[in-house]
Design a protein around this ligand. Structure first.
Ligand code: ADQ
Length: 455
């Protein structure tokens, strides 16, 4: 079978512990190992020199090739255009978009430089799979350099509706470049619809059955490939994690109180302040929960150099103080807020211990935390997932209590209902969700994308 070339912003190098890197990195590395492959991307380092050739390492059948970014590239490509323009745009946060031409040029220039470095590493039969919003123009840059290989793209975050996308100066160029791929994969059918509407109404292209697109002189396909998790692996991890010293200590510290858990990168797309407000409202409107429920939010700092993220941190610090100041007792603190990462095993143990998984993004491509929470539950006594309708995962996790994260009272009601839900109902909801997670694992996701790309 043809060699696989994976391109992603961050590359999980061989020395990196995959238990930290997560399910996606494991799945991609497995695919590379199966038939031999190359993983190409940013090293995660910033260096003064814009090296032409990447730094290379080989382990087993996998080559790793990474480039550093210069300080200007890091600012314009990564901090500004990727994370302060495309990220808020794709999450429907037009008010947070920060656009300037220098960063757009920087984004295109990094894609061009990465294409220059990748071309000499490619063989004629390689199948190339590019990931995420950092590298949308990469296929077009490769085509300009004569690359004729099959190239696929998977977008991990939402693809915005045409009215939203049109707010981006340069949207035509971005979609035109997107059409240089042979296969585009999105998380949901909603994302597919957003692109096909753009193709029909803005690009004046055509769309036929099976996601066949003709636009800008190219024929390509688009489809929904909802990403999954390593379901069996997570189940096992949770059984081990449930007996870990950390979970034991968590359990002791709760002295029999119910736990509501939130786990996210500290990001404004995740709806964390809305979650805090809802818990505040629950305690205020339903006094029976005071002293009986603890809400633990785990949110390691992410993209700390971007201004919007610093603002969010301040907001959450203040909310924690406000809720705890108002409701805490000498022997109970309602909110535990931790800016820390934990091992996957510890997280799985915490999930299993929590009566409610509280996942309320304002927009999210998929949200793997929702799926991991479900896979970690004890089948005999599962907890309840409260899930935003705006997470891609809501399309599959129908057994969750589906909520509108903008409606504080409805969120508090859902928490109240989840905390009181009888065992029978919890089990039947959980079984529905587990059946989906068993059918659509991360391996299934990867193989269905790659088999369509190779076809
Ligand atoms: P993210 O926005 O990072 O991913 P998510 O899907 O929830 O969001 O994945 C986060 C991962 O990080 C999960 O595996 C989670 O366990 C882990 N994690 C979070 N907090 C942690 C902590 N404190 N300690 C350890 N691990 C932690 C993007 C998109 C999503 C999409 C994924 C995958 O934004 O919508 O689901 O890619 O496609």
């Amino acid at each position: 079978m043809a060699r696989l070339v994976v391109v992603s912003n961050r590359v999980a190098m061989p020395r990196e512990r995959l238990s930290r890197a997560g399910g996606l990195a494991v799945a991609l590395r497995e695919a590379l190992q199966a038939h031999g492959g190359l993983w190409f991307g940013w090293s995660g380092e910033v260096g003064e020199q814009a090296a032409k050739a990447p730094h290379r390492v080989r382990q087993g059948r996998v080559d790793y090739a990474v480039l550093d970014l210069t300080p200007d590239e890091h600012r314009q490509f990564y901090l500004e255009f990727a994370n302060a323009t495309l990220w808020p745009l794709c999450h429907y946060r037009l008010g947070l978009i920060n656009f300037n031409r220098a960063s757009w040029d920087g984004y295109l220039a990094v894609n061009a430089r990465f294409a220059d470095a990748l071309v000499p590493l490619l063989g004629p039969d390689d199948v190339i799979w590019i990931h995420d919003y950092h590298f949308i123009p990469l296929a077009a840059e490769l085509r300009r350099r004569g690359v004729r290989n099959r190239i696929g793209f998977f977008l991990h975050i939402p693809f915005p509706a045409p009215e939203v996308l049109a707010a981006l100066p340069g949207h035509e160029r971005l979609v035109r470049d997107l059409c240089a791929y042979d296969l585009i994969g999105f998380q949901t059918t909603g994302d597919v619809r957003a692109l096909t509407e753009y193709i029909l109404h803005e690009a004046r292209g055509s769309v036929a059955a099976g996601g066949r697109i003709s636009a800008y002189g190219r024929d390509l396909r688009v489809g929904a490939f909802p990403i999954g998790i390593d379901t069996d692996g997570f189940e096992r991890l949770a059984t081990i994690g449930a007996c870990s010293p950390e979970t034991m200590r968590l359990s002791e510290s709760l002295v029999g109180r119910d736990l509501v858990i939130g786990v996210d990168r500290l990001d404004y797309s995740k709806g964390i302040p809305q979650r805090f407000e809802a818990f505040h409202h629950l305690l205020g409107s339903r006094p029976q929960h005071r002293g009986k429920v603890t809400f633990m939010q785990i949110a390691p700092i992410s993209r700390g150099e971007v201004a919007q993220y610093r603002k969010l941190r301040n907001e959450l610090d203040a909310l924690t103080g406000r809720i705890n100041g108002k409701f805490a007792e000498f022997d109970w603190v309602p909110v535990r807020y931790l800016n820390k990462a934990f091992s996957r095993e510890t997280l799985a143990g915490f999930y299993r211990h929590a009566r409610v998984g509280f996942v309320t993004p304002l927009r999210d491509g998929m949200n793997l935390v929702a799926k991991e929470y479900v896979a970690s539950q004890d089948p005999a006594d599962p907890g309840v997932l409260v899930l935003s309708r705006f997470a891609g995962a809501a399309r599959e996790m129908q057994g969750a209590l589906i909520v509108n994260p903008y409606d504080t009272e409805a969120l508090a009601e859902a928490l109240d209902r989840a905390l009181a839900m009888p065992l029978d109902e919890r089990r039947s909801r959980w079984e529905q969700m587990m059946a989906v997670l068993r059918a659509n694992t991360i391996t299934h996701w990867r193989e269905s994308f790659l088999s369509q790309l190779r076809a």
